[in-house]
Design a protein around this ligand. Structure first.
Ligand code: F6R
Length: 614
């Protein structure tokens, strides 16, 4: 959840550290800090609040010119243990200020470690779990032996960590380690970079080494040495990272979220590329993914994910049931991993994740792996941990998603689930050629349908003003409209802080109808289709209680115009993939509501993009 960045080289690194960490701010942004080891002292500067605040603070020190400041670590925090404050922000230093540490993850046994260190006479300045690492490493430290001290300290800790450690007695050295929290190393021309993910590194180098669990690396000057958990040396294989720095810029949009919403046609085109062809009737999945033997063997599908990814999974269930006729179960990864789920070698477990780093989804995947259950990960972030843990991987290829609220990744997840379901349904003989042709046409039409839908969204800004002072709102849908309603409610609550509930429209009269009054805006997904007349009934029920209806409808729906004037049309014509189309006005609605309420759209309070702790 926190972001870590570090540089070691021969020229001043302070400005580059600040620039780099701002690219990781999506991982957490309640406080930030940096440490620069120097022969005189460990320079540590921290600030409660965003990286921009730290930048201002650092400017008052004279740190930007001297090439002696060529090694440094920096951190942006998402609080787990201890409130956001200067004292709790990273880096944390040992009692003698010789060692400085940044940490992402949770040290689970920090309480017992802390009390035994206190009984040995050590003191602590923060409420964090991370500080024990700094104190422990410093306790074991002897000049010139930073790696040894880190190894000794890590033997004492349980939990998850990505750490970067510097010492002002070894200013040319940086030691990093990883267990269950991501960490990469980038080899630049004359500098080495370490970070939670490649985003802050790619402007300097595309050569990225992905640290595995248990690895510890010592970087001295431009020499990188990596060791496994038994301290055996590892051969470093740098991988080429194709991400471009441009893909993580706002490109003239006010917010990343808006840019990412408008990138959806391209995200879908890229997810389709090389997998769907207009003159073919089968889906081409790369690398023989889900081969015939496996597809014919499975008798059940379990989809796991969290948040938006879980919503995509719920839509996936309807698609899989229709295309594969296999029983499908969708689970919160966090719940699945701590139950005794019924899975075996004939179950296919599909894990969905934008970041590929979500701790609960990784935990659930590990459980499936332990049970020898075939696993497939549908992931956006290239090279992320999940892509290494699952048996097979299909990338969503939506491109980097920086806004905390997931938008284009969601659409690409639904699309990839659709491709996988078609692939399985084809092999299992459920989908005949005509149906496949029709569905392939729909897939290929989707990007232009999304573009058409954007054109119809011009009234959303006005509709957003209805929500300006709302405190509660409902999102209703049926069929795949139900998970989309859940997703719409999640989007609204996370970025505008309005209490929003997604509900199955049929469940309305079983309870939530009691909430409806004239102060309650109710968003209803009411596309023409087999559930349309039922949805109209639900709308009437809300209207009769004075509720304000905002309806998302099929293009040209005249009936709805007699019911409410607040209508958003979608260019609906792509079958079950319409679930992607209806999500778009809801993303835009949430965005404009957040803007009109003056909220921080890309970095909503209390949240972070990558949830690497349970
Ligand atoms: C909501 C959102 C979260 C994530 C969830 C899972 O907009 O982004 O609900 O969907 O934290 O994250 P990933 O997909 O990275 O596993």
């Amino acid at each position: 959840m926190c972001g870590i960045f570090g540089i070691i080289g021969k020229k001043n690194c302070v400005q580059d550290l600040l620039k780099g960490i701002s690219k990781l701010e999506y991982r957490g942004y309640d406080s930030a800090g940096l440490s620069i080891p120097s022969t005189k002292e460990m320079i540590t500067i921290k600030n409660k609040g965003k990286v921009s605040g730290l930048q201002e603070k650092v400017e008052s020190f004279n740190l930007f010119k001297d090439d002696a400041y060529s090694t440094g670590i920096i951190h942006t925090r998402w609080a787990t243990h201890g409130v956001p404050s200067e004292a709790n922000s990273h880096p944390h230093n040992g009692n003698q200020n010789i060692i400085s540490v940044v940490h992402n993850g949770i040290i689970e046994n920090y309480r017992s470690l802390k009390s035994s260190l206190i009984s040995e006479g050590y003191s602590f300045n923060s409420e964090t779990d991370s500080e024990v690492l700094a104190v422990l490493i410093e306790k074991f430290y002897e000049k010139g032996q930073l790696l040894k001290a880190v190894n000794k300290a890590l033997k004492e800790v349980d939990g998850a960590y990505a750490i970067a450690v510097v010492s002002n007695e070894d200013i040319n050295q940086l030691v990093v380690a990883r267990k269950k929290s991501p960490l990469v190393i980038g080899k630049g021309k004359d500098r080495i970079f370490i970070a939670s993910d490649p985003l802050p590194i790619i402007e300097y180098t595309k050569d990225i080494f992905y640290m595995k669990d248990g690895y510890v690396a010592s970087i001295i000057g431009d020499q990188v040495k990596v060791y496994d958990e038994n301290e055996n040396p590892i051969e470093i294989k740098y991988e080429h990272c194709s991400m471009s720095p441009q893909s993580i810029a706002k490109d003239g949009y006010d917010h990343f979220m808006l840019k990412e919403i408008y990138e959806q046609p391209e995200a879908i085109e890229s997810a389709i590329a090389g997998r769907v062809f207009k003159d073919q009737t089968e889906i081409t999945l790369e690398d023989d993914i889900l081969n015939k033997d496996l597809v014919n063997r499975i008798n059940r599908i379990v989809i796991i994910g969290c948040g938006t990814a879980w919503h995509a999974g719920l839509i996936g269930r309807n698609i899989f049931e229709r295309f594969t006729k296999l029983p499908v179960q969708v689970d919160y990864a966090s719940d699945f991993r701590y139950r005794d789920p019924i899975i075996d070698e004939n179950t296919l477990v599909i894990a969905i994740s934008q970041s590929g780093e979500t701790a609960d989804t990784l935990g659930a995947l590990a459980l499936a792996n332990e049970n020898k259950t075939p696993t497939l990960a549908i992931v956006n972030a290239v090279g992320s941990t999940m892509t290494r843990e699952a048996n097979e991987v299909i990338y969503t290829r939506a491109g980097p998603e920086i806004g905390v609220a997931s938008t284009k990744a969601f659409s690409a997840q639904v699309l990839v689930l659709y491709l996988v379901a078609m692939h399985i349904g084809t092999i299992r003989g459920i989908l005949d050629v005509d149906e496949r042709k029709r569905r392939i046409k729909n897939i290929l039409k989707l990007p232009s349908s999304i573009r058409e839908t954007f054109k119809k969204c011009s009234n959303i800004k006005k509709i957003a003003s209805i929500f300006k002072d709302a405190t509660n709102t409902l999102f209703l849908g049926r069929g795949t409209g139900y998970p989309v309603a859940l997703e719409g409610a999640l989007k609204l609550k996370e970025i505008s802080y309005i209490h929003a509930e997604g509900y199955h429209a049929a469940e309305l009269k079983h309870g939530p109808l009691a909430l409806v009054d004239e102060n309650m805006p109710v968003v209803v997904l009411a596309l023409k289709g087999r559930r349309y007349s039922k949805i109209i009934n639900n709308i009437e029920e809300v209207k009769a209680r004075g509720g304000k209806i905002i309806a998302i409808v099929s293009e040209g729906d005249k009936e709805m115009k007699n019911i409410t004037s607040d209508i958003i049309e979608v260019s609906e014509d792509v079958g079950i993939l319409n679930s992607i189309l209806v999500a778009i006005p809801m993303q835009l609605l949430s965005y404009y509501v957040a803007v009109v309420r003056g909220c921080d759209v890309d970095q909503p309070r209390n949240l972070a993009k990558s949830v690497t702790v349970e």
